[in-house]
Every structure is written in C-alpha cells, then in structure tokens.
Design a protein around this ligand. Structure first.
Ligand code: CAA
Length: 253
C-alpha cells in the first residue's frame, strides 16, 4: 500500500485524455497508488468501452465525457465530480491531438483544433480546478507535453507550438501557486508506443526511431511512473519543472 492510500484520505485524481495511450497507463498507475481515478474522454462510446475494459483488467476507474476545449464543460465537470467524489487533489492534462502537416499545407482548422485541445484545454482545466485547490491549500497539476514542444518537429508547427505553450503555462502557474501548496509540472515524453505515434507513416517512424539512442519507442508506463511520483505528497519541492523522458533523443542542459 503506498503513501497515498488510506480509506479516509483517498485522494481524487482527474486525468484528461485518460482513455488514451499514455492516459490509460497514468490512470492505472494512480489507481494502484491508491487514488480514486476519473478518466475524461472526448467520446462517450470510448469512455464506456474503456471503463468496462479497465474493470475486466481489475482497475476500478470511472470514465466521464469531456471536451476540454469547451471552457464551460470543464468548469461544470470539475464541480460535478467534486460533489460526487470529493476534492480533486491531482489534475493530469493528458488530452492531446495531432493534425500533422507542413506549414505550407496546413489549414487553419488543423492549427486551431490542436491549439484548442492541447493548450486551451490545459488552461480550461487549470482554470477550473485552481480556485478549489487554492481554497484547500493543496494540489498537484501535471501537464503532459512532448519532446516536440522542446525541439520542434517537421510537420508539427501546430503541435509543437501547443506543447511548448503548455510548459510556458506550467512555469507561470507554478509561480502563482507555489506558496499555496500546489505544484505544477510538465512531463515531456518522447516517442511512446501509442496509437498516436503508430499513426505516423511507417517510413517516417523508422527514421525517428533510428534517432532514439536507447533504440526503441518508450512505453506508456515509463511516463506514468513519473506522473505517479510527482503526484505524491512527498514531491512538494518539485514545481515548474519539465521532466523529459525521451530515450535520449533530445538532451538539454
Ligand atoms: N526533415 C527535412 N525534410 C523532410 C523531413 C524532415 N524530417 N521529412 C520530410 N521532408 C521532406 C521530404 O523529403 C520532401 O522533400 P521534397 O519536397 O524535396 O521531395 C518534403 O519534405 C515533403 O514535404 P510535404 O509538405 O510534401 O510533406 P508531406 O505532406 O509528404 O508529409 C508529414 C509531411 C505529414 C508531416 C510527414 O512528414 C509526417 O507524418 N511526419 C511525422 C511528423 C511527426 O513526427 N509526428 C509525430 C506524431 S506523434 C506525436 O506527436 C507524439 C509526440 O508527442 C512525440
């Protein structure tokens, strides 16, 4: 039983994009650490099927439907979930989409959708939970960014801008709430074996894997364990950080 676990102090963790590749591993890790976990998914059908599948695997994780780009919906779901389950201690912003194209071929809606979900979605969720976390003097926010927010990527001006923006948000918000018991951190995964990465054309993907010094894609669980660590009560001195997990593909001083 981890430090998080105690029947009376069971903490609530809300994971947007919780039914996705990395999100699922995050939900499972937090549940195993004793959190009550709620996964938010953009799709009703996905939420239902996923929740059922998790039960079959032995995880008790509820899934709800949420479009993170809808500010009012974010506000309402946070209030509704708190009424039913109690205070949200951990927010993980893992909802993310790609619409890859070179800039010269990119349509405005490809730019806008990626910014709306990845970046504005992170703002919407933080804006919804922060006033409640401030009242309680505790919170852990984890923003799942990307290696491509740090280094840029051919074909991803939209995605790289949104992911770099997430860390700008992290650093600013971390400063605003540091004295109130709330930490805000970014995790920047490299190429992880999820549907999102497997959707990259095989020839392009092979070239990318060849650039990863450890010689393979990462596993979602390798990201989840960082989230679990940062979500813990003992991680209160880490805030405004950007933790990279990319197999050595991009190293920064
Ligand atoms: N660097 C330099 N030149 C490149 C290049 C690269 N990495 N990749 C392609 N090119 C060149 C091609 O050789 C071609 O050159 P010519 O015109 O001289 O023949 C040209 O660029 C092709 O340009 P187009 O605009 O026509 O590109 P396209 O339409 O064929 O494909 C693309 C562009 C869809 C973006 C494709 O390159 C692609 O899918 N790239 C992968 C992008 C990627 O890594 N996405 C990550 C998704 S997963 C994720 O995002 C998760 C995460 O956080 C890591």
């Amino acid at each position: 039983m981890s430090a998080h676990t105690s029947p009376k102090t069971k903490q609530i963790a809300l994971v947007t994009g919780g039914t996705g590749g990395i999100g699922t591993a995050i939900c499972q890790a937090l549940e195993q650490s004793g959190f009550t976990v709620i996964a938010a998914s953009a799709s009703q059908a996905k939420a239902e099927a996923w929740s059922k599948q998790q039960k079959e695997l032995g995880f008790n994780i509820e899934a709800c439907v949420l479009d993170v780009s809808d500010h009012e919906a974010c506000k309402n779901i946070v209030l509704d979930l708190e009424e039913v389950h109690g205070p949200i201690a951990v927010l993980v912003n893992a909802a993310g989409v790609t619409r890859d194209a070179t800039l010269k071929k990119m349509f405005v809606d490809q730019w806008q959708t990626v910014i709306d979900v990845n970046l504005t979605g992170t703002f919407n969720m933080c804006r919804s939970v922060i006033p409640l976390m401030l009242e309680r003097g505790f919170g852990r926010i984890l923003n799942i960014s990307s290696i491509n927010g740090q280094k840029g990527q051919f074909g991803q001006v939209n995605y790289a801008a949104s992911k770099a923006g997430m860390h700008g948000l992290t650093m600013s918000l971390a400063q605003e709430v540091a004295s109130k018991g709330i930490t805000v951190n970014t995790i920047s995964p490299g190429y992880i074996a999820t549907d999102m990465v497997l959707a990259v054309p095989e020839d392009v993907r092979k070239k990318i894997i060849a650039q990863i010094p450890v010689g393979r894609l990462g596993e979602p669980e390798e990201i989840a364990r960082i989230v679990d660590f940062l979500a813990g009560d003992g991680s209160g001195f880490i805030t405004g950080s950007n933790i990279a997990a990319n197999g050595g593909q991009h190293m920064q001083f």
